[in-house]
Design a protein around this ligand. Structure first.
Ligand code: CO8
Length: 260
């Protein structure tokens, strides 16, 4: 796949998507959002891709937000349309039946923090900075930040970040549960690939079901969510991977999963 604002490569079942506008700190303009949406649609249909890593090009940024230069002159209708493009991308990432790991290699601000929030797992470089600085621009987060950040770290901490516009470093992001793990910058991609490789070696129908149960279940009351989990648990027993996984355990050998 060829893109103007993305780099894309697949190796050993792991797709790496790099937002690549380093001169603008990888800011998301409409063209980049559309490319990301198309890229995730292609990943969904590509059986060769088992796990996705999303990162930013250059040394400084994951994504420093939506493109302020492009947004500046939007009217209300256009701004709403732009935000909906962001939500379309969020849905493409969250509903992808494959895990997406954000490798946050620098600034993750505004729409960039929101993009990381759509991912299943966030790994960060020690130099990463997180924030929702929209209030500094006279706007609010428009790519799900008020909702996903509050769901992940709680309403109080999300309110503080969103209302002050303050940035936090990777250590603080780790402390409050915004990122899973922090690595020296030089080790981030190796660590992301290692985790992606570990997940890619599992029964991938089950991994996709786990993603769906976590995503959809958290929006339900506990009883319905546990029902959903029970249904998906049952569906696992219709897969070859369940038979192989349990057989391999009983035969004391590694499982050979086929993703079906
Ligand atoms: N949009 C456009 N250009 C940007 C952005 C951005 N978000 N961030 C940085 N750039 C550009 C700069 O303008 C500069 O360009 P140039 O070299 O042509 O002057 C270049 O990137 C390098 O940036 P700086 O010189 O500013 O680099 P510094 O190291 O001095 O500062 C910062 C780095 C602190 C990250 C600083 O660039 C900054 O504050 N950037 C803006 C961060 C921000 O406010 N982000 C939120 C944007 S609003 C938003 O995301 C709302 C999302 C809601 C809708 C989403 C729908 C998808």
């Amino acid at each position: 796949m060829n893109f103007e604002n993305l780099l894309y490569e697949v190796s050993d079942g792991i797709a790496t998507v790099t937002v690549n506008r380093p001169k603008a700190l990888n800011a998301l303009n409409a063209a980049t959002l559309k490319e990301l949406i198309n890229c995730f649609a292609a990943i969904r249909d590509d059986e060769a891709v088992k796990v996705v890593i999303l990162t930013g090009g250059g040394e400084k940024a994951f994504v420093a937000g939506a493109d302020i230069a492009e947004m500046q002159s939007l009217d209300a209708v256009e701004a709403s349309r732009f935000a909906r493009l962001g939500h379309e991308l969020a849905a493409a990432v969250e509903e992808l039946p494959k895990p997406v790991i954000a490798a946050v290699n620098g600034y993750a601000l505004g729409g960039g923090c929101e993009l990381a929030l759509c991912c299943d797992i966030r790994l960060a470089a020690e130099n990463a900075q997180f924030g929702q600085p929209e209030v500094n621009l006279g706007v609010i987060p428009g790519f799900g930040g008020t909702q996903r950040l509050a769901r992940l770290i709680g309403k109080g901490l999300a309110s503080e970040l969103i209302m002050t516009g303050d940035m936090i470093d990777a250590a603080e992001a780790h402390r409050i549960g915004l990122v899973n793990k922090v690595f020296p910058a030089a080790d981030l991609m190796t660590a992301a690939r290692k985790m992606a490789g570990k997940i890619a070696s599992k029964g991938l129908v089950a991994v996709g079901f786990a993603k769906a149960a976590l995503r959809d279940g958290l929006e339900m009351d506990l009883a319905r969510a546990c029902n959903l989990e029970a249904d998906l648990f049952g569906l696992c027993f219709a897969t070859a991977d369940q038979k192989e996984g349990m057989q391999a355990f009983l035969e004391k050998r590694p499982a050979k999963f086929v993703g079906k």
